[in-house]
Design a protein around this ligand. Sequence first.
Ligand code: ATP
Ligand code: MG
Length: 366
Amino acid sequence: MVDNTIISIRDVVKRFGSSVLAVNNVSLDIKQGEFFALLGPSGCGKTTLLRILAGFETPSEGQVLIDGDDMERVEPNKRPVNMVFQSYAVFPHMTVRQNVAYGLRVVGTPKPEIDQRVQESLSLVQLEELADRKPDELSGGQRQRVALARALVKHPKVLLLDEPLSALDAKLREQMQIELVHLQQTVGITFVIVTHDQNEALSMADRVAVMNGGNVLQVASPTELYEYPNCRFVADFIGKMNLFDGQVVGVKEGQVVVRADAITAHIGDISVPFGDEARGKVGIAIRPEKVKLDGEEPKDMPIRVRAKVVEVVYYGNESHVFLQSTSGAKITANIKNTSRNTHAGIVKGDQLWVSWCPQDTLVLTS
Ligand SMILES: Nc1ncnc2c1ncn2[C@@H]1O[C@H](COP(=O)(O)OP(=O)(O)OP(=O)(O)O)[C@@H](O)[C@H]1O
Ligand SMILES: [Mg+2]
């Protein structure tokens, strides 16, 4: 185990009955002080994995260590973790202050210590002014902060958060994402957050584990995940991606030569930088914002395809241009609207050249 590992998940399997395999042999280490996200589509096993860490579920196989201690048979309330639930549970009949104090009161913490710790937690989430209100006198974001303060007051080593912002509207969500990151940096404890929102995971976390069907497919930093997804699922799940079927026809020093009929019909096989081994069928992928559009053939670009604009969708800050190549491939290009002269005058029906750089091209072997 690495020195600063706080949570070590080892070969964890969780079955429900004989037919549901919710977590399929997951191993990963989470570091002390890290903001770690579990990301994946609905039903992929995120909550189950979090509940296993909290002690609300027992793994069918495998082991969980927290701060070096094996958690087998350690009750949830004896673990150095605290969980904030998907639908934030606060007591409606108690004031904010009483809600936050509750967890300390039930374990008999002395009154002066309770007062001091409650004050400290309320200040962390900026709720001091509202301490004497009841939850129904608060906004959604404020109620969510009460739930956070309730968890923080217990001084856990790890805070487990299951979709903590899912009940909030888009604007408030974004604001709370920034607040959560600040809070985590202030208290310095490890946060493990579950989300199915890729933007949320990318914008908040130091590292993200992408899950699908009970499996962890990739664990990496947000930039690594976005720029170097290790498989088609991750490439497609994180952000938008143009994906084409290809065939490796040769290997050169640090490069592969690929034939992808959808895009190589005009230019012939393409060479793409690739460090690992690749043979047979691969996926060729390019992010829409890395695709360029030109009226004239950009002869200096080794990857270029003639295509017709099928649709242009305007989003204010950018426009998404949907194209179809002469060989029938669908390609999307995202154009930044950097001036009021929106999307460079591109309209439906235009015949354009689509191109991109070999070094921005991804080769996906699985
Ligand atoms: N107590 C249970 N009994 C039987 N099956 C369960 C139980 N809890 C979860 N499952 C199943 O295990 C799988 C993983 O569920 P989990 O709640 O971990 O998904 P999730 O990734 O959190 O999804 P969501 O994003 O929808 O919250 C699902 O197929 C779910 O139906
Ligand atoms: Mg869930």
